[in-house]
Write a protein that binds this ligand. Sequence first.
Ligand SMILES: Nc1ncnc2c1ncn2[C@@H]1O[C@H](COP(=O)(O)OP(=O)(O)OP(=O)(O)O)[C@@H](O)[C@H]1O
Ligand SMILES: [Mg+2]
Length: 254
Amino acid sequence: MRVISIVSGKGGVGKTTVVANLGTILASKFNKKVILVDCNITTPHLGLYMGIHQHSITLNHLMRNESEVSEAVYVHPSGAKIVPASLSLNDLDGIDMMHLKSVVNSIKVTYPDTDFIILDCAPGFGREAMAGMRSGDEVLYVTTPYFPIVIDIVKCVHVAEELNLENIGLLINMKKNNKHELTDAEIGNITELPVVGSIALHHDVLNSLHKKIPVCVTKPNSKVSKQFIKLASLITGESSPKVTFLDTVFGLFD
Ligand SMILES: Nc1ncnc2c1ncn2[C@@H]1O[C@H](COP(=O)(O)OP(=O)(O)OP(=O)(O)O)[C@@H](O)[C@H]1O
Ligand SMILES: [Mg+2]
């Protein structure tokens, strides 16, 4: 079982988008058993991105030892399981983020045949973000191709080193390939991380957010979906499944 924290120094770079799409692809195309956990407890978005946001029992209840793990686990149509966090401000009462690691351990024990647990972390280096990092074994860093955001990743790498986490590498999101952006090679040099993929800035992603369905489902043939599949392939070490005729037909209907 691999437990991967998806992290960034700066917020809004695309972590939750990555978690939703990677999780969906690993479950539906690579037949992996996947559990996605929204560790961004103060501003949780993962459930909203995946259409799972109206459930009464959440990660918050597990953090307060009020519910059994299985009660906070919901199955997405892709097959991926998701543990959403509560959207209610009141549900932040009585939460100690230091308890997150033991909750993740309980998830592991409850679902021992899981292939991947993916943690959607809060950005930055506060208690919430640190708890997400501490609860994983491996880290996938997400950045945009701009200097200040990349510099924040360098700090994340130092923290991960201190926590003895294994680096998967860096995903560059929202690429436009214009001349103001840092190149992959420049970003690799600054962070000393392997660049494991890049995702274009694309309106299909925003359209999918509006539908509360990951873009790899709404537009399986789009450029960004193919880039997410490539990332999943790199993480699993398995070759990417071909886009099927049915995917193409459903893509046309969209
Ligand atoms: N490749 C992309 N193309 C276009 N829009 C994108 C792309 N990736 C993410 N977005 C949009 O950018 C916004 C921020 O993305 P997201 O919520 O995934 O970032 P985040 O890193 O999880 O943010 P936070 O740190 O606040 O949790 C969302 O509106 C999302 O739809
Ligand atoms: Mg997020």
